[in-house]
Design a protein around this ligand. Structure first.
Ligand code: PSU
Ligand code: MN
Length: 301
């Protein structure tokens, strides 16, 4: 059912490092034409760290772990590429549809294929106004049930960050700051909230992963929250102002469901003159590089 590319399969069989990459950020999180360039560059970054990239998406009803250039091009440029959470996977398969995978769908497919390390930008989570909309990303529930290490710049700052941290605690998902005791804020280096644990090297992360397995902790993820470097973060005052505008626009335009996150990210890009895009890319690049190092420490490469 899952098509694992030959390169990824060989690396996994030989216990060489592999990093899973999601595709929603390419199809729905970043504007064209930068998105294809970014997808290719992120794969190259994984390779620079000695690991094999496994970008994940569904093409014509077949879930792929490891895309070739043609597959990346389709995800980046084809119209009608859907956004697939894990609940959508069987529906997309049966319909023969093509779609980009969110964190939840990517984590599920990566884990099924035997990939333990995954890099993304920012996790989905509990949205502001949750008490009214009940909008909580399916990312959280899936990460509570899947043994994978996710390297991210925290959760997207468009969310209710403290509520999301609370949900992660309730769900039993382990969270550690990488080189920091502050929870990163996606576009910002610091969300304003602390984390209880700090990890300072890829080897330390790999030790936690081994301890998860040795203790038979019920399947749950390890979130490695890696801040965007301060000199590359979005100006916090600009972030606060434009985000407030974006949230108002989202409400007045009646945007709901799966469309909320792409709408807010695109609004920020337009109204910060591209500065939010630069910060988003800096965060993702850093996460992908760190994920490559963690994958190497994990496989003992
Ligand atoms: N990180 C980014 N850009 C993105 C996303 C993550 O830098 O677009 C995507 C991820 O795929 C994540 C999704 O799973 O946004 C969350 O969407 P929702 O809130 O609808 O669950
Ligand atoms: Mn949502």
């Amino acid at each position: 059912m899952i098509v694992t590319s030959e390169e990824v399969r060989e690396a996994l069989d030989a216990r060489r490092p592999v990093v899973a990459l999601e595709s929603t950020i390419i199809a729905h999180g970043l504007p064209r034409p930068d998105n294809l360039q970014v997808a290719l560059e992120l794969e190259e970054t994984v390779r620079e760290e000695g690991a094999v990239p496994a970008t994940i998406a569904v093409l014509d009803g077949r879930p792929h772990v490891g895309l070739d250039k043609g597959g990346l091009e389709r995800i980046a440029n084809e119209d009608g590429i859907r956004k697939l959470g894990h609940r959508d996977l069987p529906l997309a398969v049966a319909a023969g549809a093509s779609g980009a995978t969110t964190v939840s769908a990517t984590a599920l497919l990566a884990a099924r294929a035997g990939v333990r390390v995954f890099a993304t930008g920012g996790l989905g989570g509990v949205h502001r106004e949750w008490t009214v909309t009940q909008d909580e990303s399916a990312d959280l529930g899936l990460l509570a049930r899947t043994r994978i290490t996710v390297v991210c710049a925290g959760v997207k700052s468009i969310l209710d960050v403290p509520a999301t941290l609370q949900r992660l605690e309730t769900l039993g998902v382990a969270v550690a700051g990488y080189g920091t005791d502050r929870f990163p804020g996606f576009y910002l280096s610091d969300s304003g909230h602390p984390v209880d644990w700090t990890l300072d090297s890829p080897e330390q992360v790999a030790e936690v992963m081994r301890a998860q397995d040795a203790l038979h902790v019920p399947d749950a993820s390890l979130v490695v929250a890696n801040p965007v470097p301060e000199e590359e973060q979005l100006d916090p005052a600009l972030h606060a102002r434009v985000l407030a505008e974006a949230l108002r626009a989202c409400e007045s335009e009646g945007v709901t469901g799966q469309a909320v996150t792409p709408f807010l990210l695109a609004y920020l890009v337009r109204h910060t003159g591209g500065a939010s895009l630069a910060a988003n890319l800096a965060a993702v690049r850093g996460n992908v590089r760190l994920a490559g190092r963690i994958a190497a420490a994990w496989t003992g490469a």
